[in-house]
Design a binder for this molecule. Sequence first.
Ligand SMILES: [Ca+2]
Ligand SMILES: [Ca+2]
Ligand SMILES: [Ca+2]
Length: 437
Amino acid sequence: MRSRIDFFVIVLIITLAISISFVSLQNTLLVFAQPTITDSNLKAELVVGGLSSPTSMAFLDDNNALILEKEGSVRLVSNGQLQQEPVLQLPGVESNNERGLLGIAIMNNSNSNSNTSSGSTGIDEYNNVFLYVTENQAQTTGVQTEGEVRNRVYSYRWDGTSLTDPQLLLDLPSGPGTNHQGGKIKIGPDNQLYVIVGEMQREGQLQNIKGGPGPDDTGVIIRINPNNGSPSQGNPLSSDPNNPLSKYYAYGIRNSFGLDFDPVTGKLWDTENGEDVYDEINFVEPGFNSGWKAVMGPIATSGISAQSDLVNFEGSHYADPVFSWAESRGITDIGFLKSSKLGVAYKDNIFVGDITAGNLFFFKINDDRTGLSLKDSSSLSDLIANNDDESSEATLGTGFLGITDIETGPDGYLYILTYDQEADGQGSLYRIIPSTV
Ligand SMILES: [Ca+2]
Ligand SMILES: [Ca+2]
Ligand SMILES: [Ca+2]
């Protein structure tokens, strides 16, 4: 009898032990399914879930943000709540591979209106919302030929509840490749609209092919007047509006999912993607030639001997990336944190995401704000993450599944838009806040 009781006690203990370890395993899995921040002073907090293939976001004001879904919906997040109905559902969106509703920028306008007949003076405040979208429908004012898919940039007016009054600003190629569409757009501190366009597998002068087809709006950063789409004053390659180069700020870009402006200097930075080697972070000065498709990553590793092997338009210059990942990992957005809400160490420094693993990287900017500040003892001081181990030195966050956009919110916290490639593009919006909040 005694041995029988012992037997039941042992079985009970084993059963308990198994169930306890199962619960702790479940908890462990639950923890790992959430984004984790290596700095214990910070944490990631879910703002909204339930997004479908979110690509980009922008803030309208302190309480409202717009989020793009790749298939063509513009969603409103109001006071932290995702509104059920899209504020705009674009027809005719082509979302095959990397095509779709990709980029958003918002410009706040204050127009002083004086009405002399009544003697009244008023300020008319409104937001212009710019969208970059791949369309398979004809546009009467565009240059589309029948059956051709185009990338287009429109300006809308936000009336407080919906987007109205679309104006076509840019009508761009979208092929032959269905990948490398670019699509991030930004309003600069100069109030001009910057648009990054991928190479779409074209091979012309803009891809550094000497004697190749002329400028065709691929592999470039375009800088235009947001009111009418005309080339901005002072563009680096040509001041003649009839010259296609007059719209360009930079070229030689393979593909990009990231643009932002340094809040201190107003200078532009981008990220770019390599085929299988070299993703890049670039400091983009006017006339920048990034080197594709002769160079990806540092020119010293490219096999070409000198800048003279590239297509060098007057007013252009080649520059190496300020940082590269030797193994391409799908680097996406770049964002400066434009606040001290996460501590002074993070203020005005950069965060970069990737799509394949959902890692969030953090880098400090150097004193003259033209590159990164990396310790001499670091394996990254050669400006290259040569492998995953080295890359992890710059990793601040993991578990985001895939990052498509990074923005500083009006509350000064860092917002991270995620996209799970393994789960049909299921997406969420997180924000990084101090652990104590
Ligand atoms: Ca480059
Ligand atoms: Ca290295
Ligand atoms: Ca961004």
